[in-house]
Design a binder for this molecule. Structure first.
Ligand SMILES: [Zn+2]
Ligand SMILES: [Zn+2]
Length: 222
């Protein structure tokens, strides 16, 4: 695992930074596609993990959630707005209709799993505050630690161009984003936090992020 900050680790993935999974204190954040089970469990060996939390319930983030929660016997924490999808397996609740026919959907999606805690704005997880950032998914969450201004942002923004893998800030792809306008409001919301470090669902961690994020948010169409 790659240490990003105090008590925050990014699990190794292949290709690097394609689909990110974090260990945030003793909480696993996101679980990749359903093919990620072994890479997660092998890297967590020797670490204390007491819970699994999602940024959002898309297939490239919840794919191995059921398997990991079962194998480690840990509870699942999920944003209130995505919890019904995570429990029922009705993914149309969190992704646009056209997504369900995309090939990734078939290969990545994991089984539904009971949600132990439905997280809301202001809740605390492993010393991080829960920030509600809907748009890319209705129950999308970010996790914020003010002491070192670290933001685990999920897919509110991608940290690289998904085609070229060149690092940089990008809005998530529209066909995977049920409400792009709402997501832009969430981008402005997190920009106002002025994070120093941003950890994305896709792309390498961004350091000294505050002014770049502010410029990006200001340039968005109103
Ligand atoms: Zn997503
Ligand atoms: Zn994603």
């Amino acid at each position: 695992m790659q240490q990003v900050a105090e008590n925050v680790y990014l699990l190794h993935g292949r290709p690097k930074y394609a689909i990110n999974i974090y260990l945030m204190g003793d909480v696993l954040v996101d679980a990749g596609s359903r093919m990620a089970e072994q890479r997660i469990l092998s890297q967590l060996e020797g670490h204390t993990v007491t819970a699994h939390a999602l940024t959002h319930a898309h297939p490239d983030h919840q794919g191995s959630s059921h398997a990991v929660c079962e194998r480690l016997n840990i509870p699942l924490l999920c944003g209130n707005g995505d919890a019904n999808a995570m429990e029922s397996g009705d993914w149309s609740l969190v992704i646009p209709d056209n997504w369900s026919t995309a090939p990734q959907h078939r290969f990545w999606t994991g089984p539904p799993h009971p949600v132990s805690t439905r997280l809301r704005e202001g809740d605390e997880v492993a010393g991080f505050s829960v920030i509600e950032v809907p748009g890319h998914a209705p129950g999308h969450l970010a996790y914020w630690r003010e002491s070192d201004r670290l933001l685990i942002l999920g897919d509110v923004l991608n940290g690289m161009n998904l085609m070229t893998t060149i690092p940089g800030l990008h809005e998530p792809i529209k066909m995977w984003t049920p409400d792009p306008d709402e997501n832009r409001r969430s981008i402005r919301k997190v920009a106002s936090l002025k994070p120093d470090v941003i950890c994305f669902g896709h792309g390498p961690p961004m350091l000294d992020a505050s002014s770049r994020l502010e410029r990006f948010a200001n340039a968005l169409p109103k």
